[in-house]
Design a protein around this ligand. Sequence first.
Ligand SMILES: NC(=O)c1ccc[n+]([C@@H]2O[C@H](COP(=O)([O-])OP(=O)(O)OC[C@H]3O[C@@H](n4cnc5c(N)ncnc54)[C@H](OP(=O)(O)O)[C@@H]3O)[C@@H](O)[C@H]2O)c1
Length: 281
Amino acid sequence: MHFLLAKPLVEELKKTLSKEVETLKSIHKKTPKLAVVLVGNNPASVIYTNKKGEMAKSLGIEHETVVLSENPSPKEVKNTIQKLNIDNSVDAILIQRPLPRHFPEEDVLYWIDPRKDVDAFHPEQVGRLSLGLPCFKPCTPQGILELLHYYQFQPAYKLACVVGRSSIVGKPMAQLLLQENATVIQCHSKTLNLEAMTSQADLLIVAAGLKGLITADHVKKDAIVVDVGIHREGKRKISGDVCFDEVSKKALAITPVPGGVGPMTIMMLMKNTIQAAKLHI
Ligand SMILES: NC(=O)c1ccc[n+]([C@@H]2O[C@H](COP(=O)([O-])OP(=O)(O)OC[C@H]3O[C@@H](n4cnc5c(N)ncnc54)[C@H](OP(=O)(O)O)[C@@H]3O)[C@@H](O)[C@H]2O)c1
């Protein structure tokens, strides 16, 4: 059994990315800068935003959080983003989600300049990804692939099953797996007989947002299992979409929650920010 811990890879990435930032500063006189727009004061969003800021700082990346806490209108948020779009010192922008419900999601996708859209939500980025053109790769799926590669598990030739089809995880995950020559089954809430699908997979990636959805019966023996889900119980305990104890006895490899996919997501945000800065030199 292999536990796919992010920590050793995160330590490696910190060194590599810090060096890249140093090079940008010394040779190109460019300090990468990430701006995060935080709407409202959802406690989880505040924690995630702070973590992004701390990681950016530790790598030498400049970081700014624009806090719009007084229930701003979509127009005010759009204006804030437009200012950041034209600010030459800002390389990368993200809007911390979730946004208040009355925000028109279909319009929001277009607000951030695609060259600064490090979360890769802009339809131009989504199209580029599906066409296999250069683009920012969505952070969570990109982090999962880097983790798999680090532990020498290559998706090519495998039957992969992705549970979930969100724009942030499930869909781009399936795209990236296809690009790596996996054969991909994509499941969602209307999939009939989920177990019949997941139990065929050599590589099972679960991003349904349902605690404990995947039991040992859903998993093929010696499969590689990646758990994207995050469920907080109280202040300390965090669990995923996979029943870790029973599945880890059957799988060849599994990501723990916490300590698996989560830390990779933030590292990929830093990687995308540096990539964005390179576009602006
Ligand atoms: N570790 C990280 O860095 C990270 C990053 C992002 C998200 N997450 C976590 O990952 C989870 C998923 O996030 P998300 O943003 O992708 O969630 P989401 O937008 O709620 O999407 C959930 C997806 O799961 C599908 N689904 C729901 N119930 C299902 C079922 N019974 N069987 C099969 N599919 C089902 C939904 O299908 P429909 O499309 O049919 O509704 C949907 O496509 C959450 O727990 C989230 O907190 C973690």
